[in-house]
Design a binder for this molecule. Structure first.
Ligand code: SAH
Length: 245
C-alpha cells in the first residue's frame, strides 16, 4: 500500500492533464522519506505518481482514487468543550483513532481557557494538524475535519442536522447510554453527535437548554464522575463498539 500524505487544499494547485503541484509541510516530509520520481504515493484521496521534486514543491500526476480504508459506517461527531493545557490535543488524537468523523470544540460557562478570535483560529489549526497526523498514523483514508471553536449558543444550530445528539451530563441519574444505543441500533441511526463538557462540567442552565432540544438525549456514564477526556474516549469507544457494523 502506498504511503499516505494529507495536504491542505490551499497547498494544492491543479495543473492540466490531471497533474497537481503541492506546497507546504508535506513536501519536506516526502523528501525526508526519500521518495523519488516515479514513486506512487497517496495525496488525500488520490493515488499519485511523483513527476518532479523541487525544494519547495512537488509535481504529481493523479492516477486513481484511493480505496477508502479504516472508515467506520457511522458518522460520529464529537462536540468537545475546550479543556486546559494539552488535554484537547490528546482528545483530538484519540477521537480520530477511535473513528470520529468530525470534531467541534466549543466554549461554555465553565471552560477555564480564555481565547480571543486569533487564538481560537490558531488552536483550530493546531487541532486539525493533530487530526491529520492521527489519520495517517492509524491508516484512515478520509480527512477528519476539526471545525472552528463554537460558542455554547452556536451548538444548537450545529447539532440540529444530526439524527440524534447524545449529551453526557455528569448530573444525569436516570437515562443511561445503554438505553439510547439500543434505540439507535433498532432504528439503524447513522448520524450521531455527542457532547462532552469541560473540567467544570455544565451549568444547570446549559444542561436544561440542551435537554429540552429536539433529538437530544441526556445520559449518564455511570455513578463515577469521569475526567472530561476519559468521558469522551469511553463514550466514543462504546458507541463504535455497539453501532459500527
Ligand atoms: N466538575 C464536574 C464534572 C465534570 S466532568 C463535577 O464535579 O460535577 C467533565 C465532563 O465529562 C462532563 O461535563 C460530562 O460531559 C462528562 N462526564 C463525566 N462523568 C460523567 C458521568 N458519570 N456521566 C455523564 N457524563 C459524564
Amino acid at each position: 500500500m502506498a504511503r499516505r500524505f494529507i495536504v491542505d487544499e490551499k497547498d494544492i494547485t491543479d495543473l492540466k492533464d490531471n497533474n497537481i503541484v503541492i506546497h507546504g509541510s508535506e513536501v519536506k516530509h516526502i523528501q525526508v522519506l526519500r521518495h523519488n520520481i516515479g514513486d506512487e504515493i497517496i495525496i488525500n484521496e488520490f493515488i499519485c505518481k511523483i513527476l518532479k521534486i523541487e525544494r519547495e514543491h512537488i509535481v504529481l500526476e493523479k492516477i486513481a482514487i484511493s480505496p477508502r480504508i479504516g472508515e467506520p459506517n457511522i458518522n460520529l461527531n464529537l462536540y468537545m468543550a475546550m479543556l486546559k493545557g494539552n488535554k484537547m490535543d490528546f482528545v483530538v488524537q484519540k477521537a480520530v483513532e477511535l473513528g470520529v468523523k468530525q470534531i467541534t470544540p466549543f466554549m461554555s460557562k465553565n471552560v477555564v481557557v480564555k481565547l480571543d478570535d486569533k487564538l481560537k483560529s490558531k488552536k483550530q489549526e493546531k487541532f486539525q494538524k493533530i487530526a491529520d497526523e492521527a489519520c495517517k498514523q492509524c491508516g484512515r483514508s478520509d480527512k477528519v475535519i476539526v471545525n472552528n471553536i463554537l460558542e455554547f449558543n452556536e451548538l444548537f444550530q450545529s447539532i440540529s442536522s444530526k439524527s440524534i445528539t447524545i449529551f453526557a451530563y455528569e448530573k444525569e441519574d436516570n437515562k443511561t447510554l445503554k438505553d439510547i444505543l439500543s434505540t439507535c441500533d433498532t432504528f439503524n441511526v447513522k448520524d450521531i453527535a455527542i457532547i462532552v463538557g469541560a473540567e467544570g462540567g455544565f451549568t444547570e442552565g446549559e444542561a436544561d437548554a440542551l435537554k429540552f432540544t429536539e433529538n437530544v438525549e441526556c445520559i449518564s456514564l455511570g455513578t463515577r464522575i469521569l475526567r472530561a477526556e476519559t468521558a469522551a474516549i469511553s463514550l466514543i469507544s462504546i458507541i463504535m463498539y455497539e453501532l459500527d457494523k
